[in-house]
Write a protein that binds this ligand. Sequence first.
Ligand code: IMP
Length: 181
Amino acid sequence: MNDVIERILVTEEEIITRSKELGAAITQDYRSAGITPVVVGLLKGSVPFLAEIMKHIDLDIEIDFMDVSSYDGAESVGDVKINKDLDKSVKGESILLVEDIVDTGRTLKEVKKLLLYKGAAEVKIVSLLDKPSRRVIEIQADYVGFEIPNEFVVGYGLDYDQKYRNLPYIGVLKPQVYENR
Ligand code: IMP
């Protein structure tokens, strides 16, 4: 195990197994509705999960990416700033947003609002992780990989200070890593 990790919460095998289940459910739901979604990943945290789950979505999907950040840091309220917008128009499209984690819910609420404002027909959300105890905004992902307790996690796309995104599992960071800053 990487020496900055206190313990592993979700292993790589568990993520792959769950991604297969979610991919199958997504395929079935969209197929029965006769819809082909555009799969939109939020940079950078969604990248490993998007790369995994897209292999298990058996539909003619397109993928696109968006990079957003909150105006005033993590605890801010209100609009998000678009650092990178989507390549194509979302007008009339059904969007499946891919996120690493739903925490307070602020990011997803704003991105969903923005995509609907830009003319998306519908916006659904698939998130690898969900921390329901931290929710400030009432928003629920349509598909969730794992519910986790209120702990700061890294790996599989999630970072601390832009690092540890490449760990192949979800782990709790050792407190020394914060304290040594
Ligand atoms: P929200 O807008 O509060 O739901 O925040 C979502 C974003 O906060 C995620 O996309 C992550 O980038 C970040 N985040 C929330 N919790 C964690 C965590 O435990 N580890 C790493 N990043 C986190």
